[in-house]
Design a protein around this ligand. Structure first.
Ligand SMILES: *[C@@H]1O[C@H](CO)[C@@H](O)[C@H](O)[C@H]1NC(C)=O
Ligand SMILES: *[C@@H]1O[C@H](CO)[C@@H](O)[C@H](O)[C@H]1NC(C)=O
Length: 447
């Protein structure tokens, strides 16, 4: 295992959080002894010790992780609450130990020991058939996360990555203040903290947010979007009655629901979400266009022309491998995002490609939509990075086609509709059909 010498900044981080925890401890003890029933806890203690790899066994490490740096009374109180709120959830053991984490994240960059699930844990218990917004938040967007929490009022699972340096400390301080002052964040947001020096591991961060989401359904979303309609409590509750087949597909991980994304033609109009339309008919009167018109292939498969007239969910028929819609899907039984994609370009499309290839259909919801909020933090281009990821994506698609063909043949799904997406999509790869014919022959000979 790699030994990481505690840098000055780790010490600084530790110091701040030990001090912070002590302060909280005193504060909470005072409150505990005064109030009855006890006030809900709004942070999971000062669990900020970046786990340093050392030569202890995994069991000792596990014990150590539970050994948070807060006085016993508060610790017991925390544990009590934790058990209570987690018992209804699917995740029985959220605090995976470092060894397990190294397997879980083996294809990403050494992040295994640096993931702190539920660094902040939400107070509200959400029913398990709710939809968790699964997202990643960079430090310049914390305020956007707070806004999302107060608008959505449902569960949010957010991965936050910081570096082990002064900026990281500043970011944590800011996040902490925001938490203190935002009841919605305290209620709804689980923050999973990653402290390491590996930048822009977007797909790994996405997977962390999905892994620790506490409901059966997730929506993969970029935090800049404003959720304009109430798909969470309206559309989805109506789905079983109005479209039972689609609901059945959703539940068996055979379909993902697309919420169409829009943006204002004039960026200035997109600054104030309070003026955003909340119904489709209002949306159609606004100077609004599909999201990223300049990169049509990103959202074009949604078919906006069709959407404007649609009154029922419809299936995406013109899939494009660059398609990257925002979707609601089952948490379990759906593919993860490939973590070899690091940095800008193709990372999100790769997630949606694998989902599609695995046999899932994309169904666009007719009444719901999200709108991109104009922001003023710099958009990074990183052309080199995108260029490399494009290359990786080309190879990835071929690899995936072969892998899923092999799998579907072995699972006897090759002749079922489950393989339809794969067959049409992979046929676009040069030489694929010939290879597949040979491969199917080989697989059958092996048997
Ligand atoms: C994807 O969309 C773009 C632009 O709309 C188009 O040029 C391209 O041919 C499409 N690719 C596939 C594989 O459908
Ligand atoms: C998109 O929808 C329009 C309107 O329903 C339809 O005429 C068109 O064929 C669709 N495009 C594709 C590629 O399916």
């Amino acid at each position: 295992m790699i030994k990481i010498a505690p840098t000055k900044s780790i010490k600084y981080l530790l110091f701040i959080y030990v001090a912070g925890s002590l302060f909280y401890a005193t504060f909470h003890v005072l409150q505990l002894s005064q109030s009855n029933p006890p006030v809900p806890r709004h942070r999971s203690g000062g669990r900020i010790t970046p786990r340093s790899a050392n030569d202890e066994s995994m069991f000792q490490q596990q014990q150590q992780q539970q050994h948070v740096i807060i006085p016993t009374k508060i610790q017991q109180y925390n544990e009590h609450l934790e058990q209570k709120s987690l018992s209804q959830q699917q995740i029985q053991q959220p605090y995976l130990n470092a060894f397990m984490m190294s397997k879980v994240f083996y294809s990403s960059m050494g992040a295994s020991k640096n993931v702190q699930p539920y660094f902040f844990k939400s107070q509200a218990t959400h029913s398990k058939d709710d939809v968790t917004i699964s997202t990643l938040v960079t430090p310049n967007r914390f305020h956007v996360l707070a806004r999302l929490a107060s608008n959505y009022k449902g569960p949010i699972s957010a991965t936050i990555h910081i570096k082990n340096d002064e900026d990281g400390v500043d970011a944590l301080t800011e996040l902490n203040n925001l938490m203190e002052n935002s009841p919605s964040m305290q209620q709804h947001v689980d923050v999973h903290l990653i402290v390491d020096d590996y930048d822009r591991q977007f797909n790994m961060w996405r997977n962390v947010a999905k892994l620790f989401a506490q409901t059966e359904y997730i929506m993969m979303l970029d935090v800049d979007f404003h959720i304009c309609t109430d798909f969470r409590t309206t559309t989805l509750r109506q789905l079983p009655k109005r479209f039972p087949e689609l609901k059945q597909k959703l539940d068996s991980s055979h379909a993902a629901l697309v919420i169409p994304a829009f943006e204002y033609e004039d960026q200035k109009d997109g600054e104030d979400w309070r003026k955003f339309p909340t119904t489709k008919s209002k949306l159609m009167q606004e100077p609004i266009d599909m999201f990223h018109r300049a990169w049509t292939r990103g959202h074009g498969s949604t078919n906006y022309t069709h959407w404007y007239q649609a009154t029922e969910p419809y299936k995406v028929v013109d899939y494009n491998y660059s398609y990257e819609p925002y979707v609601i899907m089952k948490k379990e039984g759906t593919p993860w995002c490939d973590e070899r994609f690091i940095g800008y370009g193709a990372n999100k499309a790769a997630c949606l490609y694998e989902i599609y290839l695995s046999g899932m259909e994309y169904w666009v919801l007719p009444e719901d939509f999200i709108i991109h909020q104009t922001h003023h933090y710099p958009e990074q281009t990183r052309d080199k990075e995108r260029w490399y990821n494009r290359k990786l994506y080309t190879n990835f698609r071929e690899e995936l086609c072969l892998r899923y063909t092999r799998k579907m043949v072995a699972d006897e799904e090759w002749k079922t509709p489950r393989a339809d997406n794969l067959k049409t999509e992979c046929a676009k790869i040069k030489g694929f059909s010939t290879t597949v014919q040979k491969m199917i022959g080989d697989i059958q000979e092996e048997e």
